[in-house]
Design a protein around this ligand. Structure first.
Ligand code: 6MZ
Length: 369
């Protein structure tokens, strides 16, 4: 095996925490192609027109949002939402992600009787449908929350024990939405709080929409105990970046177009950053890995977590992101492991889950050298 292969294998075997993954961005290409073929046969789309769009690898930020519109056409119905959720969880678990905060935008589609609630129920059905690994989720009877009830964790040395993955959900507000639609998502999240919904994300095309449109819903969410993470600084927008930082979210994603004042505020408020290296490079939000803000934040010990963003759309995986960080920024195994373990401190789930995850990492640490 080459050194590159050995390094990648090591990154796969390490337990990992994923905090920034969009459901519809994390779908397998093979599933998207299968869904496109079926819709092509029904005459809803022209398969040959969309095949190359799905398989393309270099995408501008604009292309990405066009692709999401296509993906949403392919995944409209409840059954498909359930299927992609199941597959996405299986894929993360298969690379030893032990805690996944999966985010998705609840969708309303009158023509097929889909409400935001029924969409979310279809997602939860997907969680229950996973059979190859144990999913720890409050709506599920194998959930722990308390360390004593937890099932065997992934074991990197003793072969194929059954894997366990904690899953929590974040509901996304799309920047195309109105204040009322954003509020509907927050209310749904509150109703589903006991069922594993832990927070709210603001995402969508960063050149669309105004911060003030979403602020009332985000404030309401926070007042009622939901955690907030914001896509912040994915495009240059100094006023919005400052307003978002003044809001003091629990975490932010990206931070690509930050200026000096923004870094100061981020650092003095100690807001953890979800870093999506491949996504930032493919969309050219950051010109190169050498110019990426990871290095500065990491050397300054600022809280950060490596994430995939859209593993399907950007043809990546969490293990690849760690492997990339290792080669781009010269991190050794010990540093990678600590980086992965430290992400536990920024999750939105309970202290009981955090404790259980710390134990998982401690057990793994004895076997990782
Ligand atoms: C901003 C993004 C994103 O919610 O339908 N999304 N928003 N920046 C990004 N970086 C490239 N990647 C994904 O998943 C797809 C939706 O997530 C958001 C977009 O709103 C996209 O439509 P769900 O499951």
């Amino acid at each position: 095996m080459s050194e590159a292969e050995t390094n990648m294998e090591w990154c796969v075997s390490m337990p990992k925490v994923e905090l920034h993954a969009h459901l519809n961005g994390s779908i397998r290409d093979s599933t998207l192609l299968e869904l496109a073929r079926v819709l092509g046969e029904k005459g809803v789309i022209v398969f040959s027109d969309v095949e190359h769009v799905i398989l393309k690898n270099d995408r501008s930020l604009r292309d990405v949002f066009k692709l999401f519109d296509l993906i949403h056409v392919l995944t409209t119905d409840h059954t498909t939402v359930t299927r992609i959720t199941k597959e996405v969880i299986e894929d993360f678990a298969s690379e030893n992600v032990v805690y996944l905060e999966l985010r998705t935008t609840p969708k309303k589609n009158d023509s097929i009787g889909m409400t935001k609630r029924s969409y979310l129920e279809a997602v939860m059905e997907g969680l229950r449908a996973v059979s190859t690994v144990d999913v720890a989720f409050p709506a599920h009877n194998v959930d722990a929350g308390s360390p004593t009830k937890s099932l065997p964790v992934n074991d990197m040395c003793n072969g194929p024990t059954r894997k366990k993955i904690y899953v929590r959900l974040l509901l996304s507000i799309d920047r195309r939405e109105s204040t009322a639609a954003a509020m509907e998502t927050v209310k749904l999240a509150l109703e589903m709080k006991d069922l594993g919904v832990v927070g709210i994300d603001l995402s969508g095309n960063p050149v669309v929409g105004e911060w003030n449109t979403f602020l009332p819903a985000l404030q309401f969410a926070r007042e009622n105990g939901l955690y907030i993470t914001l896509h912040c600084g994915e495009v240059p927008n100094p006023k919005e970046i400052q307003a978002m930082l003044d809001f003091s979210p629990r975490r932010i994603g990206h931070a690509c177009y930050f200026e000096e004042d923004d870094w100061k505020k981020l650092k003095s408020n100690n807001i953890p950053v979800e870093i999506c290296l491949t996504s930032n490079i493919v969309t050219a939000s950051v010109s190169s890995l050498d110019a990426h803000h990871f290095a500065n934040l990491y050397s300054g010990k600022h809280p950060l977590v490596l994430c995939t963003d859209d593993a399907g759309v950007f043809s990546t995986s969490l293990s690849s992101e760690y492997n990339l960080a290792a080669s781009a920024f010269g991190l050794g195994k010990r540093e990678l492991f600590l980086l992965a373990k430290n992400a536990i401190e920024f999750i939105f789930a309970s202290d009981g889950v955090k404790q259980d995850l710390r134990r998982t990492f401690d057990l793994a640490s004895n076997k990782m050298d």
